[in-house]
Design a protein around this ligand. Sequence first.
Ligand SMILES: Nc1ncnc2c1ncn2[C@@H]1O[C@H](COP(=O)(O)OP(=O)(O)OP(=O)(O)O)[C@@H](O)[C@H]1O
Length: 323
Amino acid sequence: MIQFENVTKEYDNGQPIISNLNLTIQEGEFFVLIGPSGCGKTTTLKMMNRLIPHTAGTIKIHGQEIHTYHLNELRWNIGYVLQQIALFPNMTVEENITVVPEMQKWSKDKMANRVTELLNSVGLDAESYRHRKPQALSGGEQQRIGVIRALAANPDIILMDEPFSALDPISRKKLQQDVLRLQKEVKKTIVFVTHDIQEALYLGDRIAIMRQGKIEQLGTPKEICNQPKNDFVKEFLGSENLPVTAQPMVTLLIEQGYFDASEALRTAPQLYLGDSLNELIHLLAVHNQVAIYDKECYLGLITSKHYLSYLAKELEKEGSAHE
Ligand SMILES: Nc1ncnc2c1ncn2[C@@H]1O[C@H](COP(=O)(O)OP(=O)(O)OP(=O)(O)O)[C@@H](O)[C@H]1O
């Protein structure tokens, strides 16, 4: 658990960058910090591992004030993934991943096994990747290594500062899925900074929307979308030109029985509730069925027949309403 109690951060000019921040992040939670540029997201993140010292208030991790931890102990227990791919260029993938285990004096065998396990967990073949240098990897692969490097020494908490913002949309989606799956498997607390509201809604168990060093709204994706607390939050959601997600339509289809909870065909494309409605329609135009997921949890399948039957019923209802 990470707790901020009345935390303030000021630089030399005395202007508070973060003012009286109160926040509790639960163990195992995927917590997203989002807000406009300069609102204090990175500052909030870096105060957790003491990369930036706070000016007033208390920050506790597992109930213990962060200043009472030995700095190495604190940092080793908190993985950190940055936007800029910060792999050491002269080191191999294996050496990059084992920087912290090396400092903790793990045995060679234990480190080698860990590297194999981690590379496999993000779909990279361990034997063909472990000896490569970072320049022999694509941007998406480098960022994957950045993520598993943060997991290497098995920290409880991972901080991620816009880790996927430099990636193309396909690599980004794939990495988002990997991170969600990894988090579920290894039950880490993840604090994730992003500018992208779609990414926040897709990944976050809870989202804090920040403005000028304060939290404007804190809630689940559903709470934030359904009950934006003020005009700023509404504008923030709206300003990103949010495409309509598939979730409301999928909910309707499930409620009205146009849905099948049995296993989808292995060839069926996957659709997540946070994906756009457009994507669902496009997939159904090409495939007979689509496998529906809520995050990484499989819900069931929707067929093109389900969707067309639903539309036919709606048109019928509309027709009779006009008679
Ligand atoms: N060393 C510093 N001295 C003075 N002000 C600083 C310093 N570092 C950051 N700031 C200011 O603190 C504010 C918050 O910065 P921070 O990097 O936390 O914002 P952010 O929300 O992460 O922004 P972005 O999304 O653009 O990365 C900004 O106005 C920034 O100019």
